[in-house]
Design a binder for this molecule. Structure first.
Ligand code: F6P
Length: 328
């Protein structure tokens, strides 16, 4: 049991690491929930880098009007190097004290949670994390803010590429984001009806792929879509080169890249961000700290930061099998 923390009069919020659609909705939810409970909010620009530099400003409920539908993050974001040193973090803690901030909400991925964890350990400032990354690679939550939108964006591209692949009877290799995890790749492969998918978690080799291509040609397929997560060794380029070299089939590579990080968040991301933002502030008021607020099976979860990086959220093996079965 944690004791409620009525001493929180002012909290700070920042976004950190790669941006994700829905981060604005999360900021809005944090600011408005805090206001609802009589707590002031300070926005930190450019994540931990801005905290180190003292780039803070007060945020009221009207400052977060008209942002729920916007991609990116109104607070800006960065991958901070200065935060990796104890001196950098001490400087950030000093700015929080100067601004009379009692607690910090961090919206980002596991790198950002590490940063928050150190701040709490070294300076005793209560911290709460919200999972904000398109990669969906955080243990303790079914989905991360931004994931649903990234999948929709990638899927839209796959549908378009399928049209031209079919017309030209080509193979299209499409690389999607996901440095360490294949969640985006797997969902896009199933929803886009891909012939094959390569994940960072995979043991599959290019030889297996060549067999799949030969089999599908024998079954009368004249075009194919191959989805590759960027974290698969060699990425999309490696797969495309191997197909061309070994089969001579007309093959094209499309790397979707950062387009997956932008755009207006879909409703599932807005709802998730709103619920988690509200949950984060209420968790702080309830005395919780050093945890991520996630959502599993429809309910909120409170996961110690360490677990978010020590435990792994595996891709769904059932979905992986489904992708294989349906590609026949
Ligand atoms: O935020 C996650 C992510 O989009 C990964 O999928 C990708 O590997 C990485 O960020 C790209 O980072 P950057 O924007 O720094 O190039």
């Amino acid at each position: 049991m944690t004791a409620p923390n009525p001493t929180i009069k002012r909290l700070a919020v920042l976004t950190s690491g790669g941006d994700a659609p829905g981060m604005n909705a999360a900021i809005r939810a944090v600011v408005r929930t805090a206001t609802y409970h009589g707590i002031e909010v300070v926005g930190v620009r450019r994540g931990f880098q801005g905290l180190h530099q003292g780039d803070l400003r007060l945020l009221g409920p009207r400052d977060v009007a008209n942002i729920i539908q916007r991609g990116g993050t109104m607070l800006l974001t960065a991958r901070s190097h200065t935060w990796r040193s104890a001196e950098g973090r001490a400087e950030g803690a000093r700015h929080l004290r100067e601004w009379h901030v009692d607690a910090l909400v961090v919206i980002g991925g596991d790198g950002s949670f590490h940063g928050a964890h150190y701040l709490q350990q070294e300076h005793g400032i209560p911290v709460i994390g919200l999972p904000g990354t398109i990669d969906n690679d955080l243990y303790g939550t079914d989905h991360t803010i931004g994931y649903f939108t990234a999948v929709e964006t990638a899927l839209d591209a796959v549908d378009k590429l399928r049209d031209t692949a079919a017309s030209h009877e080509r193979i299209f290799v499409i690389e999607v984001m996901g440095r360490h995890a294949g969640h985006i790749a797997l969902d896009v492969a199933v929803a886009g009806g891909a012939e094959e998918v390569f994940l960072p978690e995979d043991q599959k080799t290019v030889t297996d792929l060549l067999e799949v291509i030969r089999d599908s040609q024998a079954r009368g397929k004249t075009s194919s879509i191959i989805i590759v997560a960027e974290g698969y060794p060699g990425g999309g380029q490696g797969i495309a080169d191997a197909i061309t070299k070994n089969t001579g089939i007309d093959t094209r590579l499309t790397v979707l890249g950062h387009i997956q990080r932008g755009g207006s968040p879909v409703s599932s991301d807005r709802v998730l961000a709103s619920r988690l933002g509200e949950g984060a502030v209420e968790a702080l008021i309830a005395g919780k700290s050093n945890i991520m607020v996630g959502r599993t099976g429809g309910g909120l979860t409170y996961v110690p930061f360490e677990e978010t990086w020590e435990k792994r959220k595996d891709v769904s093996r059932a979905l992986y099998r489904c992708a294989k079965v349906l590609s026949i």
